[in-house]
Structures are given as structure tokens and as C-alpha cells.
Design a protein around this ligand. Structure first.
Ligand code: NAD
Length: 273
């Protein structure tokens, strides 16, 4: 079955990568709609030409409602405000939606959950398969070490990233906190400066690096006296996120109403890779 995919944020870093991943996917996915913000200078541009290839016949437009009947699933990598607006349009039509956008406030997270309650939604802070394996490794390490180690999460991204710490770092923190029975909102320490005193063992530290063109690095440190274990994932290309998101989109079309994440996609052996 061919899955007709729409992308919001089509001219962005991830949007272009998604269009390339769909073009490379051959059979399972085909791009049928590309949406950008109304002020974008790229409205009317052909997506194939934007990628440096031949015209594809899919031009960038700004109104998802106008093209919603041409897609089976929407992939959204934009900003939280835009994701919420697109979610409302998908909800009206029961259209499945894959959300890769990060940086939602607690209020926006609740609004997204409410808006998408009646449709299939797959949301993940990171669609790279390796990161999703990292979640499992980190959970196992946290459970094995228990409260015997200090746990720090260090993430690095490119200079244009607008939210910090990354959604992936926060999710890693949630995994650690859950494994250790801690409340992340109480345990998290975001950066340190000045005479802060000794570290509490029950805290989970976050450090953020923003520099150059780093695609996305995450390291989780489990440190005690005399040794430390570090689990690191490094993304070297956005293609890892894009392929995962396209895989999630193809999988989501066959699912019933509900909320899913990339772990659900990867756990399903029927999922197309
Ligand atoms: P980007 O700034 O390059 O692209 C975002 C695009 O969204 C821009 O082209 C912008 O014009 C467009 N946009 C903004 N408002 C819009 C609207 N109302 N309608 C349609 N388009 C709109 O950013 P990026 O690097 O592509 O990242 C986008 C998001 O994806 C960020 O939140 C980032 O953290 C997240 N991200 C997630 C993953 C993952 O695997 N989940 C991976 C990489 C990035």
C-alpha cells in the first residue's frame, strides 16, 4: 500500500530531509503535500527542485485544510504553536499525525493531548532508531545502579536549535527518574553556576551545548567513586530522524485511535523499515 504523506515545516532542516527520505523510500511513502508558514518566501516552490532534483509536482503551500484530502498522514516538524494549529485540522478529519516538534510547554503538551485524543498520534522527541535503543539501555543501567551513582545528561546541538535542553535529553531524564522512582520536576538540575555546594545524589543534572552544525549528541553519565559508565548516542545526519519519522508515519496509518511513540513503532515487527 502506498501511503500519501504531507509535511508541515517542509522548507525547514527536517522538512527537506523528510522529503528526501520519502523520495528515497520508493514504494511505501509518497509525498503529496508540503506546508510552510504563510510568510515563507518558498511558497509555490516545487519540493523536488528545492532538493536540487527534478520537479516533483508537489509545491509548497500554506493551508493544510486545502490539501488535507490528498494525504493519509501528516508529519510535523515545526514549532509548538504550528503543531497545535495543524493538530486541530488533523483532529477535525481524524487524520493520523506524526509530531517530531520539540519544546512544548506543559500547557502546550496538555493542549496537544486534548486536541489529538480522537485520532492516531505518534509523538517522539527523537525518531532515530539508535536513540530509542539508548532509552532502553539507560533504563537498564539506571535500574542496575539504583541510587549508588550520580547521573548527568549532556546534550549538544547546532547553534540554531531554539529549545533547551533538547526534548530527547528531557525524555532520557524521564526514563532515569521513572526507573529510580524520582519526580523529574524535583530532581532535575539545569546547569550550574557559582557556589552551588555539593551535589545531591538524588538529583539528575542536565548540561547543554549549542555550537556550529552539531546534529545531535546525547551522553548519559553514571558516576560513582572510582568508575563511571557513559552511554552516548551521536547523530551524524538528520536522515536518521527523517527515516524513523517516515517509518512511523507508514505504521501509524494502520493504527486505531490512540497515542503512540517510536518505541511502539520499533516494537512492531510488521513495521516497514
Ligand atoms: P527549522 O527551523 O529548520 O524548520 C522548521 C520549519 O517550520 C521552518 O521552515 C518554518 O518556516 C516552519 N514553520 C514554522 N511555523 C509554521 C507553520 N505555522 N506552518 C508550517 N510551517 C511552519 O527547524 P528543524 O531543525 O527542522 O526542527 C524542527 C523541529 O523538529 C524542532 O522542534 C526540533 O527540535 C525538532 N526535531 C525533532 C527531531 C525528532 O526526531 N523528533 C529531530 C530533529 C529536530
Amino acid at each position: 500500500m502506498t501511503v500519501r504523506v504531507g509535511i508541515t515545516g517542509a522548507a525547514g532542516r527536517m522538512g527537506r530531509m523528510l522529503a528526501q527520505a520519502i523520495a528515497d523510500s520508493g514504494a511505501p511513502a509518497v509525498l503529496t503535500a508540503a506546508i510552510e508558514r504563510p510568510e515563507s518566501t518558498l511558497l509555490g516552490a516545487d519540493v523536488g527542485e528545492l532538493l536540487g532534483g527534478e520537479a516533483s509536482g508537489v509545491v509548497i503551500s500554506s493551508d493544510l485544510s486545502a490539501v488535507a484530502d490528498q494525504i493519509d498522514v501528516l508529519i510535523d516538524f515545526t514549532v509548538p504553536e504550528a503543531s497545535l494549529a495543524q493538530a486541530a485540522i488533523c483532529a477535525e478529519r481524524g487524520l493520523p499525525m506524526v509530531v517530531g516538534t520539540t519544546g512544548f510547554s506543559a500547557e502546550q503538551t496538555r493542549a496537544l493531548a486534548t486536541a489529538t485524543a480522537g485520532m492516531p498520534l505518534c509523538q517522539a522527541p527523537n525518531f532515530a532508531p539508535g536513540v530509542n535503543l539508548t532509552f532502553k539501555l539507560v533504563e537498564a543501567a539506571a535500574k542496575a545502579f539504583g541510587d549508588s551513582v550520580d547521573i548527568e545528561i549532556v546534550e549538544a546541538h547546532h547553534r540554531h536549535k531554539i529549545d533547551a535542553p533538547s526534548g530527547t535529553a528531557l525524555s532520557l531524564g524521564e526514563v532515569v527518574a521513572k526507573a529510580l522512582g524520582r519526580d523529574l520536576s524535583q530532581a532535575a538540575v539545569f546547569g550550574r553556576e557559582g557556589p552551588i555546594g555539593a551535589r545531591g545524589r538524588d538529583t539528575i543534572g542536565f548540561s547543554t551545548i549549542r555550537a556550529g552544525d552539531i546534529v545531535g549528541d546525547h551522553t548519559i553519565i553514571f558516576a560513582s567513586e572510582g568508575e563511571r559508565l557513559e552511554i552516548t548516542h551521536r547523530a551524524s545526519s538528520r536522515m536518521a530522524f527523517a527515516r524513523g519519522a517516515v517509518q512511523a508515519a507508514c505504521w501509524l496509518v494502520g493504527q486505531s485511535i490512540g497515542r503512540y511513540d517510536m518505541q511502539d513503532v520499533l516494537a512492531d515487527k510488521e513495521s516497514i523499515t
